[in-house]
Design a protein around this ligand. Structure first.
Ligand code: OSB
Ligand code: MG
Length: 378
């Protein structure tokens, strides 16, 4: 049976659980410093099986307008009630279209239902998409550091670990010297910079300088919802622009590609409405010569594992951001932890669904809020 035609129900109960995990080291971007990871988890129960999802919204609206509170509200009051019509997963996602925006809320529900469907079928998540298991090349992302020496140490460590892509965060006033230092010490690594929307077209001279560092790409240099100015900037640069914040759906991806706003797309499946929307973007991009990769917002083991399965699809030609391949938390909420091999790759977990066990006693330990968001017929 095709995936979209598969019935999602009967769903007995959905719980929304907010956990807060201390980060091993603070993560600084142009929009702020994160010291702990706070995430909204969904636990969907159906006929003795459980599907898990993780919403990528933050407590604050700085990376995206969605927050944990808005996502929890949208999920409980507008998305989950649509389960009452016993839809197929395709019908449910169609009915989500009536709700404008809020792709992070939609993705969390979609993810948990796909995990449930895959567990019910007894197959790994990526098999729902007809994809084959493969080793996933790992990338690493470093936040803005206090000093360049500290960053160089981290990069040297990552080079030793054979990471396939090294991303450094930049912001206004902390850009060229950082890239100059890393590039001159490591002339041959796959290096890229992520600006998290900190610049404008007035900074064109700075981007012309950046063109000299042979970066694999520059991620989201301009405003979070801009496509036009990115198209103007891309024309002036040899370095590919990669869009993150500006791509929030298949439609915005198609517009970006048509306008020449980027040559690469960072697909965070949690940012574009889920795995099914991501698979459409990846296929469409591949047909048009646009490379994609899987980004992350330092998800817990739940969200991280969804991202790993996504990367088995065709079109994912660059290594992803995979926070989980670096120890991000003192203690994660899933087992087993991914192991970074000598080849700089990680293995997709075996087993049905996402294939990792959620450690409920740890979820309980780090839980800061919990509610029942849906109760179905029994
Ligand atoms: O812009 O990619 C981003 C983390 C939080 C919010 C936005 C971003 C990020 C990262 C994390 O870059 C990268 C990782 O998880 O390894
Ligand atoms: Mg980014």
């Amino acid at each position: 049976m095709s995936l979209l035609a598969e019935k999602v129900g009967p769903i007995e109960r959905v719980e929304s659980i907010v956990v807060s995990l201390p980060l091993v080291r603070p993560f600084e971007t142009s929009f702020g410093v994160k010291r702990e990871k706070t995430a909204l988890l969904l636990k969907i129960s159906s006929e003795g099986l459980v599907g898990w999802g993780e919403c990528i919204a933050s407590p604050d609206p700085y990376y995206s307008y969605e927050t944990i509170q808005t996502a929890r509200h949208l999920i409980k009051d507008f998305l989950l009630p649509l389960l009452g019509n016993s839809p197929s997963i395709g019908e449910l996602l169609d009915s989500f279209r009536r709700v404008r925006g809020h792709p992070m809320a939609k993705a969390a529900v979609e993810n948990a239902l796909l995990d449930l469907i895959a567990r019910r079928r007894g197959v790994p998540l990526h098999a729902l998409f007809g994809a084959e298991k493969r080793r996933i090349p790992a990338g690493v992302s470093f936040g803005i550091q206090k000093d360049t020496a500290g960053l160089l140490e981290l990069v040297a460590w990552a080079v030793g670990k054979k990471f396939h892509k090294i991303k450094v965060k930049i912001k206004k006033g902390k850009d060229l010297e950082i890239l100059e230092a890393v590039r001159s010490r490591f002339p041959h690594i796959n290096l890229m910079a992520d600006a998290n929307a900190d610049y404008s077209l007035d900074d064109l001279p700075l981007f012309r300088e950046m063109d000299h560092y042979r970066l694999l790409m520059i991620e989201q240099p301009l405003s979070y919802d801009d496509l036009y100015h990115h198209a103007l900037l891309q024309r002036e640069l040899a370095t590919p622009i990669c869009l993150d914040e500006s791509v929030t759906s298949f439609d915005s991806a198609a517009t970006a590609i048509a306008m020449g706003s980027c040559r690469i797309i960072n697909i965070k499946q949690g940012r574009v409405g889920g795995l099914i929307e991501s698979s459409r973007i990846a296929e469409y991009s591949l047909e048009r010569g646009i490379g994609v990769w899987s980004g992350s917002v330092i998800e817990t083991g739940i969200g991280r594992t969804f991202n790993m399965h996504l990367q088995t699809l065709p079109g994912f030609v660059f290594a992803g951001d995979n926070s989980g391949t670096v120890r991000a938390f003192e203690e994660d909420i899933t087992e087993p932890m991914p192991v970074l091999g000598d080849d700089g790759c990680v293995e997709i977990p075996e087993g049905a669904g996402i294939g990792v066990r959620v450690l409920e006693e740890r979820v309980a330990r780090y839980c800061i809020f919990r509610e029942e968001s849906y109760r179905g017929m029994r």
